[in-house]
Design a protein around this ligand. Sequence first.
Ligand code: FES
Length: 83
Amino acid sequence: MGDEVVDNDSHLSDNRTMYICICNQVTERDIQHAAAEGCSSLRQLKAQTGLGTQCGTCCQDGKEVLKCCMAENKAMNEAEPAL
Ligand code: FES
């Protein structure tokens, strides 16, 4: 008893369905898509997804997720071989 190992790697999956903005049902995936389409500021993110346009408590988290997505996109673009 107590020696059981629980596989708890579910947080490592990349399905990005976590809600960042509850008021407008904006997920990490929505922010990822917005970043891939060129969104690069909170103002653009608000316009594109509706994030932060009601209570506004999600704005800081939305900004952080957008920053991470932009960094990921940049890293992926740099990793692609030049033609
Ligand atoms: S949680 Fe995003 S506007 Fe309320």
